[in-house]
Design a protein around this ligand. Structure first.
Ligand SMILES: Cc1ncc(COP(=O)(O)O)c(C=O)c1O
Length: 393
């Protein structure tokens, strides 16, 4: 392990604050490092493995398709891409574009909204509003969309046209919106800033405001999609439908993919040449996504996320009472966060890694849990017993 990490330190760009662990194999909720130590995963990549590690039906579908037809240009059709577009299009009520990641899905959605605003209304209708503490990706435009000034400042000048408003504050959004706004983009539950769900009233008010002012509503479901919050998409917790949905992470059960679904009338703003991708929607990853959707539905994992999520949340709340070191527990389904009273979150993560549990911290004091939706109550109890010991220590 040490030799490999020394090699990485010499040749990797220094972009991740990595833990000194090299993983070698995984199955379900378990991962093993190169020395054979076993870990239970409460992070799922970062929400990219809702079905668990190496889900056999998904891996089989990917491999079989890779052997038969691995890649052709998007100047041609393939059956897996057509079938997946039909499946997602019916689900999301619209038309689909495939990318390779969450940032790319959001980048495409931003381009589509701008094209819609310019062609349908005026050349000036090009502005975006997103929320403070949001996270939408790391390309220049999605970084500009990300409402974290300390991250953004390092890369200025960023693409123009983005305003950030406090999350869950409809008055602030109404003030920021003007004739130049083409879209509002929001996470239904802010993930990277520490698991913060929007209120149902806020989302309904955002929808009304967007309708009144002819502004598109984009929900970034990259982290919240595919059952994570106990509904297929997180917006289904309320009554609000967006005009555009972006997704990635767990869509193909752990293989890299991104996708945009837009209402037909909005999708019509794109013409050939306006947007594209060499690898987006390739046959193997689409075959994997079709299999992943089958597993998600067949094994009723969305419902499972809701019930096991409730159990997990109740246990976290009990832990808060028992230890007195937790300020708040929040989240939806199996997307859960807790705020510590101290700034020791990373230390807690390191202590749990030592004991064989992968959890995550955001900022100095928030712990985040995004386990595979197949996590068991026994695994939750085992992790929480260790977390309790660590918090007490
Ligand atoms: C809500 C949200 N949007 C976008 C992204 C970016 O996705 P990717 O890392 O696949 O580009 C993430 C990644 O964490 C995310 O959580």
């Amino acid at each position: 392990m040490h030799e490999l990490i020394a090699k990485a330190d010499r040749f990797h760009m220094n972009t991740y604050a990595r833990f000194p662990i090299v993983f070698a194999k995984a199955a379900g909720t378990k991962v093993w490092d190169v020395d054979g130590k076993e870990y239970t995963d409460f992070l799922s990549g970062i929400g990219a493995l809702n079905l668990g590690h190496c889900p056999p039906k998904v891996v089989d579908a990917f491999c079989a398709q890779a052997r038969q037809l691995g890649h052709v240009s998007n100047l041609f059709y393939t059956k897996p891409q057509i079938e997946l577009a039909a499946r997602l299009g019916e689900l999301g009520g619209g038309r689909v574009f495939f990318a390779n990641s969450g940032a790319e899905a959001n980048e495409g959605a931003l381009k589509l909204a701008r094209r819609w605003g310019k062609t349908k209304f005026s050349p000036e209708k090009t502005g975006y509003i997103t929320a403070l503490n949001s996270f939408h990706g790391r390309t220049l435009a999605t970084l500009a969309a990300t409402g974290q000034p300390e991250k953004n400042r390092l890369f200025e000048p960023l693409p123009a046209g983005f305003k950030h408003v406090p999350f869950d504050d409809i008055a602030a959004l109404a003030v920021a919106m003007d004739d130049k706004t083409c879209a509002v983009m929001l996470e239904v539950v802010q993930g990277e800033s520490g698991v913060r769900p929007a209120s149902a009233d806020y989302l309904a008010a955002v929808r009304r405001l967007c309708d009144e002012r002819q502004v598109l509503l984009i929900f970034d479901e990259v982290q919240t999609g595919f059952g994570r919050t106990g509904k297929f998409f997180a917006f289904e917790h309320g009554n609000v439908r967006p005009d555009i949905i972006t997704m990635a992470k767990s869509l193909a059960g752990g293989f890299p993919i991104g996708a945009i679904i837009a209402r037909d009338e909005v999708a019509a703003a794109f013409s050939p040449g306006d947007h594209g991708s060499t690898f987006g929607g390739g046959p193997p990853v689409c075959a994997a996504a079709l299999a992943a959707l089958d597993v998600l539905n067949g094994e009723r994992l969305v419902e499972r996320a809701a019930t096991v999520g409730e159990y997990f949340r109740a246990r976290l709340e009990a832990l808060a009472e028992e230890t007195g070191s937790i300020e708040e527990v929040r989240g939806l389904g199996l997307m859960l966060g807790l705020t510590l009273k101290s700034a020791d979150a990373r230390q807690v993560v390191v202590a749990l890694l030592d004991k064989g549990f992968i959890i995550n911290s955001v900022g100095d004091s928030i712990l985040r849990f995004l386990p595979p939706l197949i996590i068991t109550e026994a695994e939750i109890n085992a992790m929480l017993a260790v977390l309790k010991e660590v918090l007490e220590a």
